[in-house]
Design a protein around this ligand. Sequence first.
Ligand SMILES: [Fe+2]
Length: 502
Amino acid sequence: MQSDQTKQPVSILVVDDESSIRELLREYLSIEGYRVDTAEDGNDAYAYLRKSYYDIVLTDLEMPGMNGIELLEKANTEGLNHKFIILTGFGTVETAIMALKLGALDYILKPFKLEELGFIVKKAVYRRRLEEENIQLREALSLYQISEAMILNNNIRAVLDLILEKAMHELDADIVMLTLKETISTPVITRVMKSSLDITAGELESALDKEKVFKRLQAERYMNLTGTQIDQIRGQGTISFDIHSYLSVAIGLMDRFYGALCAFRVKSEMPFTDAQRKLTTIFGERITTLLEVKRSDEGLQHAIIESIESLVKALEAKDGFTRGHSERVSVYAHILAQRLGLDGKSVLNVTQAGRLHDIGKIGIRYDALTKKDGLDREEYEQFKLHPGIGANILRPMSFLADIIPMILHHHERYDGKGYPDGLAGESIPLGARILAICDSFDVMTSDRPYRSSLPKEKVISELRSNSGTQFAPGLVDTMLLLLEGGEIPLLKDAFMKGHEKD
Ligand SMILES: [Fe+2]
């Protein structure tokens, strides 16, 4: 008989302490086309199961040493995915039923007719094949849905959630958890999908020693633990239930380790099978691919941003007075945004916007930018186009979507008299309001062709008198606090020193 999946003959391990039965079964099943090995007791069989895979284990119940039930339990505990058929006498039918509860496929009463045994084996092989095909179809569908989401969905968190949901379902797990360590492109995240268990991600994480888990996974790539084996990775925290089975796979490549995808069984005592381990590895590989794509996207984005920044720098370097302006605005904006309590991503966005806010000047005539005696009306109208030109330059880069409004509106005024759109008050994006004040602050604290930098007192009085007209009052207050606390470095000199060296 051929197994459809592998085109290998179906393999059967016959376990019986009576050599006559072993030999009879070997002969009969070999004639039927099966590949047959025989073992004389549970211990002998266990050694076979450890080193070879069998489609069916046909085992006697009563044997010296390790009996049939103990063999079945041991195979279950170690995740050895073999299907058992129990050979049993009338006196042990109860035990045979217990074996069924432990996952055995069927039982055969002794004495048996060979055709009857042949029929039960055939039925078990058929059931096993159906089960495998079913599982494979279901898994294939899940993996297909994940692949589709990876292509169509830009939201990495949504795709990660989908993978966790599928893993939970396919692995028959009570909890699945993804723990990623912080890397350049990956924040620390722990995401947990759980059925009806009352436990938080934090509790679960503290119940395991994350560092130990990570260390072992980096070396071994996966762990499939049951019972007391789980103690090897326990952490300081305690949880209110027992973890019976624990499966985890490494996320990342050999030289770039990102974290772990873990599955837990709490309600059932069944260990995870090797097939489930392999499937978890595939889920883990999908997550690795997602993170790698994100990483290379970010690398590319970084390169693009750097080249735009170098354009701004080149533009400003043509004139000693504006040299380093955008970099300084970005430093001030960073400090102000942090003091305002913006979240990490928003602080980064404002800082980035600071570096790029004047990119639109690339589209303005150079002599108009560097004129010593002010701009005439037509030149000023030209100059006012630079926020819009900047936004248009950056618009094709979707990863800059959050900072484009800041750039477009960095010359709006709080009283609505700014440009390009005359937005007022809170309708000006917060990032643009921050840039507006930092932009002016740098202009005031730098030398210009038409005047020297203003002294600190004058800068403070200018900020105060323009609060509520040009600048957002709340931001002026914070800026003044920072200035009074000496928390805003005057960067002009640092940049000018660099300039003198050239
Ligand atoms: Fe500007």
